[in-house]
Structures are given as C-alpha cells and as structure tokens.
Design a protein around this ligand. Structure first.
Ligand SMILES: Cc1cc2nc3c(=O)[nH]c(=O)nc-3n(C[C@H](O)[C@H](O)[C@H](O)COP(=O)(O)OP(=O)(O)OC[C@H]3O[C@@H](n4cnc5c(N)ncnc54)[C@H](O)[C@@H]3O)c2cc1C
Length: 467
C-alpha cells in the first residue's frame, strides 16, 4: 500500500487553479489537468509519490520552478504532479565552500540567501526559475564565464530513482547517473530532492548596460562576438537585439574590490564611438543589490513579485548555439528578421528580441564528454524570444520566430536543452548531440520502464533502434 504524503491537492481544494498552472501561458493546461498535485516537504514525500505513481500506474511529472518553456512539468492528464517547491532549504558548510540546496529553491531565494553569506554560484536571471530544471539542463548565468555552467559547480545530487529509493549520485557513487544529471535535462532520470554545489566568495560587483544605435547593428554584433568570447573571464555579457530597434549590451564584472574600477578599460573595445554608442551605465554595487537589478525585482522589496508561477503574457522562446563568429551574411539574416516582426493586433508588454549569451571562458573548459552538456566550444547561445498578448497573434508570432531560427540555421547548431521547443523535430540530437547514445544508456539502466517521461524526454533506446 503506497500513499501520497505531503500537501496533497485535488480539484475541489483551495489553491487548485494555481497548482495546475505552469509559467508558460500558451501551453494547453485545460486539456491536460492532473488528478492530484502533491507538494512534497522532504525526500520521504518524494519517495512516497514515486512509489504511489508506480504502484498505481499513474503518469506523473516532477516539477520545481515550473519554468519549462512548453509547460511540460505541469501537463499530465489525469496524472500526478510531484512538486518539490516546498523543499527549499539552503545550508552552507562552515567554511562556506559547499551549499546544500533543496530542489525547490528559486533564483531570487538563492541570490538573496547565498549573497547574504558572501557567496554565489552561476544562476539564471529569472527570479522564479527553479534550481532543479536549471541545473539539470546545464544552467547559463551571469558568472558562467568565470565559474562555468550551474551544473559544472555540482558535487552531489540526492534523488528518488525509478525503483523508489532515495540515493546519491556524485563522482564516486553512480558516476554515470551523475554525468547524465549534469546537462541531460530534468524529468528524465529520477526526482531530485537536493543538490550540493561548490560556491564562490563574492562581495561587490560591477554591472553595466551599454546601448547602441540600430544603424550600427552589423558593426556592434561583429565587434561583440569577438570581444565577448575573448574578454577577461570575470566578465559575462549578453547582447539584446530588440525588434523596437534597440541594442543593449548587459553584463557583470565579478572581481575583487580593488580590481572593479578596471571595468571601464576592460569594456574599451565596446566603448568605441564608431559603434554608435548612445548610453553607458556602469554601477559598482554589493552583489545582492546587483542581482536584484539583474533579476528585475524591486531592489528595496526583492520578495515583491506579481505572480511567481505564471508569466504576464504569452511567449515562445527557442535557441541555437554559435561555435564560430557569424559571417556578414549571418548578421544580415539576423537583422532582416528583427526588422520584420509580425504586425500584431495588440502590443505585447515587452518587445520580441534575440539575445546573444556570451560563452567562452570557464564554459568551454570541460570537454563535450565530461558532462552531458555536449555544446562546449560555444562562442555564444542565440536565444530567440517572441511575445504577444492577443490569442490571434499567437500563430504569426510563432511562425515569425521559428522562421528566424530556421533562417539562421546555416550559421548555428543544436539547441539548448533548457529551452524546450516542441517545434524542433530532431530535438534529441539538437539538445544532446554526440552525448545522446550515452544518455540513452543511462536512462535504460536507471529507468528501464520509462517511468520518468514527458513529450521530449530521453527514451530507453535510441530512436529508430530495434528493442
Ligand atoms: C523567465 C525565464 C528566465 C530564464 N532564465 C534562464 C537563464 O538565465 N539561464 C538559463 O540557463 N536558463 C534560463 N531559463 C530556462 C530555464 O533554465 C529552464 O526553463 C529550466 O528548465 C526551468 O527549471 P524549473 O525548475 O523552473 O522548471 P520546471 O518546469 O519545474 O522543470 C523543468 C524540467 O525539469 C524537470 N524537473 C523539475 N524539477 C525536478 C526535480 N526535482 N527532479 C527531476 N526533474 C525535475 C521537469 O520535469 C521539467 O522537465 C529561463 C526560463 C524562463 C521562463
């Protein structure tokens, strides 16, 4: 007999509507309503939930911050959502080098708690993104060129496996599983209850935003893609290219207090007047405040958020990687796409855009086979973000952003596993490249009955292979 333990919600319970909603507003929640949502409070509750689902043959999803772009962690018709967001503790070891983090922590919590203790790790820039999905898909953060992806800082994972046991995975115990959990994507190998991460000391940091004239688009992109890749590892940047014809270079310089003033000269190549620079804003702030600015929360009331579980409007985001600089034709294709967004019947609250997330530095140090993150020689990630607010604008907007992605494909490869896109037909190869076969092997070993699944999950045998 296996029972659900923790806070179990059914359709008639208060809080149900919120419990079944994911962050992505355009997913089909109405036709994929679960029977139960269990908010687990500890590893025991997670274990009971996995055992219950297995014994009763109930389909289930595991969920942390709900930020899956397709809403996959909240869509399971008549099934069970195993939600770990109440497992949100942070424990720092006495010498402040290792943090044990509950699988339900979100970014704002982590930046605040770790920052108050003078430490940090590469974390995402969305305040309510969950640590579980972020880490297992890789994790790109504002200190990634210095300390690598989020998953590169992982030293141990505690999880409930398909056989209903609470186990640990690290370099020595279940090393194959530990390998897969660093980049193989959430929801595939077990239900994670907590992580142990290496953390790094931080005090003040410099954050900056430089803006450029749209006319200088080709020159800015060309200069940035060389500069950002080779810049001092303590600088991580992203270049925002908005359909409103604005260009913003945002970033963080994470250095000792004595070195921080050097940011002006390190940014030198991007301050060149020939690039059509229109504004420069550089601030040196305590890391906790800098993080609040970057996360877009109120710097004085950081816990204030409209809704942690849903976005304010509909979006479609997708991605690809660039391992070499975009040639002039690639830059032109990007400009052409951004210059011809669809005409919308209602303006979205934020403009559609392409963001280029600078790689190089520590991100490129591990080999493609060291973790499940295959794309390591990345110069930058291309993040395509399209927004709309009226339902009738969905089709043209999605078509436009997918066309842009496709028009850029001669110059890019793959896709980031954390930016799930149901329109990528060969998604397994796109997300995992040459690591797919090894991920399938680990899946078959730890979850032979494919208990942990969702529409883009890793199968137990290679696609097309005879079983
Ligand atoms: C606003 C926004 C900002 C973002 N910013 C960044 C960024 O700066 N850098 C970056 O790299 N990415 C970023 N992302 C992408 C983000 O990393 C992914 O969407 C990530 O998978 C979200 O994790 P989650 O736990 O919030 O989501 P969920 O939807 O809860 O989970 C994502 C996946 O992981 C699985 N999962 C969740 N919890 C567990 C668990 N405990 N055990 C096993 N599997 C689990 C789910 O089943 C699902 O498949 C952003 C996304 C959004 C929407």
């Amino acid at each position: 007999m296996h029972n659900l333990t923790g806070r179990v919600l059914r359709a008639a319970d208060p809080g149900w509507a919120d419990a079944v909603q994911g962050f992505a507003l355009n997913a089909d929640y109405a036709n994929n309503v679960p029977k139960n949502v269990v908010f687990c409070e500890d590893a025991e509750d997670v274990r009971n939930a996995v055992r219950y689902a297995k014994a009763n043959k109930v389909p289930f999803r595991v969920r942390s911050g709900r930020h899956n772009y397709e809403g996959y962690s909240s869509l399971v018709k008549d099934g069970l959502i195993i939600d770990v967001s109440d497992i949100n503790f942070v424990r720092l070891n006495p010498d402040r080098t290792i943090a044990e983090i509950g699988a339900g922590c979100d970014m704002l919590q982590l930046f605040e708690i770790l920052g108050a203790c003078g430490v940090t790790l590469p974390l995402a820039t969305g305040p309510s993104v969950g640590i579980a999905g972020l880490t297992m898909g890789g994790g790109v953060g504002v200190t990634s060129r210095l300390w690598g992806l989020t998953c590169d800082n992982l030293v141990e994972v505690e999880l409930v496996t398909a056989d209903g046991e609470v186990v640990r995975a690290n370099e020595k115990e279940r090393a194959d599983l530990f390998w897969a959990l660093r980049g193989g994507g959430g929801g595939n190998f077990g239900a994670v209850t907590s992580f142990k991460f290496k953390v790094h000391p931080v005090n003040n940091v410099a954050i900056f935003t430089l803006s450029y004239d749209w006319q200088a688009f080709p020159a800015v992109v060309a200069k940035w893609q060389d500069w950002a890749f080779q810049a001092d590892n303590r600088i991580t940047t992203l270049l925002q290219l908005l359909t409103t014809q604005q260009i913003n270079l945002q970033g963080q310089f994470t250095a000792s207090d004595t070195d921080l003033a050097g940011i002006q000269s390190l940014l030198g190549p991007m301050l060149d007047p020939s690039l059509g620079l229109t504004s420069v804003n550089i601030q040196i702030l305590p890391a906790v405040f800098a993080n609040r600015v970057m996360l877009g929360v109120d710097p004085m009331q950081p816990a204030w958020r409209v809704d942690v579980h849903t976005d304010d409007e509909m979006f479609k985001s997708t991605s690809a990687f660039c391992t070499s600089p975009l040639p002039p034709e690639g830059i032109s294709a990007l400009l052409q796409g951004l210059d011809s967004p669809p005409q919308l019947s209602a303006p979205p609250m934020q403009p559609s855009m392409v963001q280029l997330l600078g790689g190089g530095g520590a991100v490129n140090v591990p080999k493609p086979t060291d973790t499940a993150v295959f794309y390591r020689d990345v110069r930058f990630v291309v993040q395509y973000d399209a927004y709309w607010s009226a339902p009738e604008d969905a089709d043209p907007t999605i078509t436009w952003i997918e066309n842009l992605r496709s028009n850029m494909s001669p110059y890019t490869l793959g896709a980031y596993a954390n930016y799930t896109d149901h329109l990528i037909s060969d998604y397994l190869t796109a997300y995992f490249g040459g690591n797919l076969a090894r991920l399938v092997e680990v899946k078959a070993k730890y979850d032979p009955d494919n208990l942990f699944q969702f529409p883009q999950s890793i199968p137990t045998s290679m696609p097309g292979a005879q079983k």
